[in-house]
Every structure is written in structure tokens, then in C-alpha cells.
Design a protein around this ligand. Structure first.
Ligand code: FAD
Ligand code: NAP
Length: 339
């Protein structure tokens, strides 16, 4: 097999630094790409060598359950470009390898509104549309106008409009019909130059002060998150391990009479349950199985301080899922992507 020298491919690479759960899985090959030309070359190499491809940003929403017998492409495409600007809005094209939080910080510093509630979410811009990242009542779909990607089979460049991305709660076409079929190269955003704050979450409204501003909301989000959530650089984790489940009004009523403290939110006809509350009440907080632990402050977060395997992480997740199904008759769905 001919391995192109420009790709600087590393064989039998340790992926521990490439996933925030710190799982020590290995990749048969690993390459870092910082241009679309290199990315195309990497995809072509994988096709010719009949290798499976896994694209990783920061690996903060990924569980590696085994060694990857293929080519891991670490996306480092950089650049931010202004596409259009009016008195009220700015349109930007941000390369997929840009750091998400740095992009948010830049927007806030420029007085551009729309992404401040999503501050401190780990990961790269290219992964943001995949699960339609969200926090404090905001979702990235609200500011995305289009997503640009390379088709992994044809290597052609494609652009999907916001509508075509089929965004939903922690979901998009990139987790369904186009799952592992694309490499996102850039995301186009439309941010507001006029003040529009989203303070629907009381915890954020309380923390943002009496006269909230773009900067105070951003600071509040950063403060709350720093206090509550483990920093993956210090304690390996992948954020919320489960999605908040939706149940019918009838199911919700039954649970509410059995568990009066149930934390839930009406969403249209259905109810969203706080999965962290269910897990906490089931007694899982701070519990450990085979070195993998439920975080002591936020039971929705699984931490992996001993760098155990992805299989060990999934064993704890399965035990939690079984318990939650038994106690509440609710099926918890894992949020990160499993490989
Ligand atoms: P990765 O884990 O590298 O990739 C995730 C998936 O996307 C994988 O399937 C990967 O193959 C694919 N992928 C990545 N880049 C590309 C690309 N360019 N093209 C095609 N496919 C690609 N999420 C939220 O929604 N809200 C939160 O508030 C939030 N808080 C978090 C807090 C912590 C402490 C942690 C650790 C995680 C949190 N997350 C949150 C989850 C995570 O940060 C996001 O999902 C983030 O967008 C993942 O980015 P990443 O670059 O690390 O993706
Ligand atoms: P929290 O404020 O303790 O709230 C617990 C749960 O209740 C959250 O999951 C949230 O749902 C829901 N919630 C709270 N107030 C709500 C309201 N007014 N309306 C509707 N739902 C409400 O949560 P947290 O753990 O500290 O996280 C804060 C925010 O960051 C949340 O939005 C959360 O989704 C996000 N976050 C996500 C991840 C991840 O990996 N996905 C990790 C950390 C934090 P939602 O989750 O639907 O918002």
C-alpha cells in the first residue's frame, strides 16, 4: 500500500489524547488535516486502501469502544470569513477545525448575538451541527444558515441549507441519513448585531444580573458551567451521557404522583424529564463500576479518571439504563456517538 508522505500518517496511534473520555484505544492510522486538499487526499487514500474512516474533532462527544482498524482523520481546517454584513446581521463562514468556544468568545467580543448561551461547550465548529449542540434553551440550529461538507464516497463538495440539515433536539441528518457519510468542512452562521438575549432558563437569568448584557450572559454561562461541570482536561468525560427522555402526559402524570420531586418540563404534548435527576434519585451519583464513575455534582456525566476502556464506560452506562428502565419505565438513550 502506498502511503502519501504529505499526509504524515501515524501508524498504530494512541487515541487517548483525541477523545475527552481519555479512552486509550488505538487507530491503525491517524492523520491531521489542515486543508481541504489534504482532507481529499486522506479520503482518497482510505478509499484506495479500503480503510474505514473516522473523523474526529476534539473527541468530546465520542466513545471509542475498540481499536479503530482504519484511518482516523483529525480535522484542523482553520479560518473565519465574513460572507455578508448589514446593519442588523453578520454572516460568517467558519472552518470546521476552529474551536467552538473560541468562536463564541470572538462573537461576544464583537457584539454579535446568538451563540452566547453555548459558551464553553467543548469541541470544534465542524461537530456542532452533528448533534445540533444546545444549552440553556439555545440550539446551534437557530444561527446556522448552511453546512458545507465533502461526501466521503464521491469526494464532491456539497452545501446543505439549514432546513435540509433536519435539525432536532440533539439530532440532525448527520446522525441519521448522512451518518458517517460526510466530512463537514465549514459551517455558515447568521448572527444578530442587535440585542436579542435568550434568558428562558431561570438559572441563567438569575446569574446574568439585573441588567443582563451579552457579556454578562456569556460570563454567567461560563461561571455556571465551570462550577458544575468537570473540565475534561482534568477529569476525562464526554459531557451529558444520556439525552433527556420524552414521555407522554399520562406517563408523566404517573411518575409525578409516584415521585413528587420529579424534574420535568412540558414540551408541546410531551414532557421532557431531566435524566440527571432520574439517575441521581436512583442512587447512582458518585457510584463507580470498574473504575468508571458517575460525577458527584451532575449525575448525567460519566467520568473516566482511570482512563478505562470504552467497553468499561458502556458497561456502566448499560447498568444505569437498566436501573432507570426498571424504576421509571423510561429508556435512556446514550448521547455521544459510539464507535
Ligand atoms: P467529536 O467528539 O470529535 O465528534 C462527534 C461526532 O461528530 C463523531 O461522530 C465524529 O465522527 C463526528 N464529526 C466530528 N467532526 C466532524 C466533521 N468535521 N465532519 C463530519 N463528522 C464529524 N453538547 C451539547 O450539545 N451541549 C452542551 O452543553 C455540551 N456540554 C458538554 C460539556 C462537556 C464537559 C463535554 C465533555 C461535552 C459537552 N457536550 C455538549 C458534547 C460535545 O461537546 C459536543 O457534542 C461537541 O459538538 C462535540 O465536538 P467534538 O469536536 O469534540 O466532536
Ligand atoms: P440544569 O440547569 O441542572 O438543568 C437540568 C435539566 O433540566 C437540563 O438538562 C435542561 O434540559 C432542563 N432544564 C432546566 N431548565 C429548563 C427550562 N427552563 N426549560 C426547559 N428545560 C430546562 O442542567 P445542567 O446540567 O447544569 O446543564 C445546563 C445546560 O447545559 C443544559 O441546557 C444542558 O443541556 C447543557 N449541557 C449539555 C451537555 C451535553 O453534553 N449535552 C453537558 C452539559 C451541559 P436541556 O438539557 O434540554 O437544556
Amino acid at each position: 500500500m502506498h502511503i502519501p508522505a504529505e499526509l504524515a500518517i501515524q501508524a498504530d496511534a494512541d487515541l487517548k489524547e483525541y477523545n475527552t473520555l481519555g479512552v486509550p484505544a488505538r487507530a491503525r492510522y491517524l492523520t491531521t488535516v489542515d486543508s481541504t486538499a489534504l482532507l481529499t487526499q486522506a479520503l482518497r487514500f482510505a478509499q484506495e486502501a479500503e480503510l474505514a474512516v473516522l473523523v474526529l474533532g476534539q473527541g468530546s462527544n465520542t466513545v471509542l469502544t475498540h481499536d479503530f482498524d482504519g484511518l482516523v482523520i483529525h480535522n484542523q481546517l482553520r479560518g473565519v470569513e465574513v460572507l455578508a454584513e448589514t446593519a442588523s446581521h453578520i454572516e460568517l463562514r467558519v472552518a470546521a477545525g476552529e474551536n467552538w468556544h473560541q468562536f463564541v468568545t470572538r462573537a461576544v467580543n464583537q457584539q454579535w448575538f446568538g451563540v452566547e448561551n453555548l459558551a464553553l461547550i467543548p469541541g470544534l465548529v465542524g461537530a456542532a451541527p452533528i448533534q445540533n449542540i444546545g444549552a440553556y434553551g439555545a440550539e446551534v440550529k437557530d444561527v446556522i444558515t448552511a453546512v458545507e461538507y465533502l461526501d466521503r464516497t464521491t469526494l464532491a463538495t456539497q452545501t446543505l441549507s439549514n432546513n435540509a440539515c433536519q435539525f432536532a433536539y440533539r439530532d440532525s441528518i448527520f446522525k441519521n441519513a448522512l451518518s458517517d457519510a460526510t466530512v463537514i468542512t465549514a459551517v455558515q452562521f447568521r448572527l444578530n448585531k442587535q440585542a436579542t438575549l435568550n434568558l428562558g432558563y431561570p438559572a441563567l437569568a438569575d446569574e446574568a444580573g439585573e441588567q443582563p448584557s451579552l457579556a454578562s450572559v456569556y460570563d454567567a454561562v461560563c461561571r455556571i458551567r465551570t462550577q458544575k461541570l468537570p473540565d475534561p482536561a482534568e477529569i476525562p468525560n464526554a459531557g451529558s451521557f444520556f439525552k433527556n427522555p420524552l414521555v407522554t402526559a399520562e406517563h408523566h402524570q404517573r411518575l409525578k404522583s409516584q415521585f413528587p420531586g420529579l424534574v420535568s418540563f412540558a414540551t408541546g404534548e410531551a414532557y421532557k424529564l431531566a435524566a440527571g435527576w432520574l439517575i441521581d434519585q436512583a442512587g447512582w451519583k458518585d457510584k463507580e463500576v470498574a473504575g468508571v464513575r458517575v460525577h458527584q455534582q451532575q449525575a448525567l456525566v460519566v467520568i473516566n479518571p482511570a482512563n478505562r476502556s470504552g467497553a468499561d464506560v458502556m458497561a456502566l452506562a448499560a447498568a444505569i439504563q437498566q436501573d432507570i428502565a426498571r424504576i421509571y419505565n423510561v429508556q435512556l438513550e446514550v448521547e455521544p456517538r459510539i464507535y
